[in-house]
Ligand binder design. Structure first.
Ligand code: HXC
Length: 317
């Protein structure tokens, strides 16, 4: 059964606004990535979904293509964003098969809960490699295509069509610092800084570059890793000013905005989509259960046992 529109796209957008355009997305088979892709494909785009797992990536592409008759969605698996060469091949294949790359989302990310005390240098480096270097590699592999797209779609374009747009996936932890998330905070801060430079260097070509920073989003792999499964689902949203965790649709709608004719003058910035959660540090209890207070849990070395670790059996520490 296909996913109902209400789960990945609001009614604010007009069908066809991304017709004859192509989205290239890393992490497009993930929970947030597939909602972003569904929304773009629903509104007319074709898409190339890039991922590590061949099976997962191809299956997601097939599912997402169902949102619009005639949609072309290609899953390109076996691509690790830490490898520039494999991303470059994926970008070239995308253009060969679908004709262009007009929008890019650097969505692939890695995360787990760990205090600095149990974060090995390689663990820190792994997240920097996936998030920061992965975003840079994605940019390098696609920017020649985005330049061409921006040239075909001047900003603004009287026809209302757009192209030449880059969005990276950030977070809000580095605004305040976040215990157990030093690796992700550093990686995402670097991504935001990179977007500023991209906006300056490529703005004159008509390209826009922005980060989207999601807060706590329901039903995502990220929150399975960050928030204890024991936290009461009814009350946890009360800590967020807007009163709930976000939905993948909230992020998809923000992405559509930045890529659309309505987002022409938005560049070099971060669009925070978190219900104002970051303004209340600790609105989302990262890595702890009810009753585990800062700084006691750090001093006692206690973190929640109800998190998805994602760690392999053979890990050294
Ligand atoms: C401490 C850990 C760890 C854990 C792995 N490591 N898991 N250390 N606690 N739970 C360490 C390992 O011991 C190893 O260090 C190093 O990290 C690399 O681990 P590998 O498994 O060899 O690396 P790799 O196969 O490349 O996997 C990368 C990964 C993994 C990040 C560790 O979890 C992964 O592939 N994640 C992708 C999916 C994912 O994380 N999705 C959530 C994204 S959400 P040593 O020293 O032993 O060699 C997200 C949200 C941001 O980013 C915030 C939003 C609000």
């Amino acid at each position: 059964m296909s996913v109902p529109r209400s789960e990945y796209l609001s009614n604010s957008w007009k069908d066809g606004i991304f017709a004859n355009r192509v989205l290239f997305i890393t992490g497009g088979a993930g929970s947030i990535g597939s909602a972003q892709t569904r929304a773009m494909v629903h509104l007319g785009a074709d898409a190339c979904i890039i991922g590590r797992s061949v099976e997962k990536t191809e299956a997601a592409a097939k599912e997402i293509a169902k949102v619009r008759p005639g949609a072309r969605v290609i899953g390109i698996g076996n691509v690790d964003v830490r490898s520039y060469d494999s991303l470059k091949s994926a970008a070239d294949r995308c253009v060969a098969d679908l004709g262009s790359i007009d929008y890019v989302i650097a969505g692939a990310a890695g995360n787990f809960i760990a205090p600095i005390a149990s974060l090995s240098p390689n663990a820190f480096k792994s997240v920097i490699d996936i998030d920061t270097i992965g975003t840079f590699n994605t940019l390098k592999a696609t920017i020649p295509h985005l330049i061409q797209s921006a040239a075909r779609n001047p900003n603004p374009n009287p026809a209302g069509t757009t192209g030449g747009r880059f969005v990276s996936t950030s977070a809000t932890f580095h605004y305040t610092g976040m215990p157990l998330q030093s690796h992700v905070s550093a990686a995402k801060a670097a991504i935001d800084a990179l977007m500023g430079s991209v906006a300056l260097e490529y703005g004159p070509y008509g390209i826009t570059a922005n980060s989207i920073a999601p807060g706590a989003i329901e039903g995502t792999e990220g929150m399975e890793r960050l928030a204890s499964a024991k936290l009461d689902k009814q009350t946890r949203g009360k800590h967020v000013p807007i009163g709930r965790w976000g939905s993948v649709r909230d992020i998809a709608d923000a992405t559509v905005f930045v890529f659309s004719d309505a987002g022409n003058y938005v560049s070099g910035t971060t669009l925070v989509v978190d219900g104002a959660g970051w303004r209340r540090q600790g609105a989302v209890a990262v890595g702890v259960d009810e009753g585990m207070e800062y700084p006691d849990f750090l001093l006692s070395g206690e973190i929640s046992k109800h998190l998805k670790s994602g760690r392999k059996e053979k890990a050294k520490i």
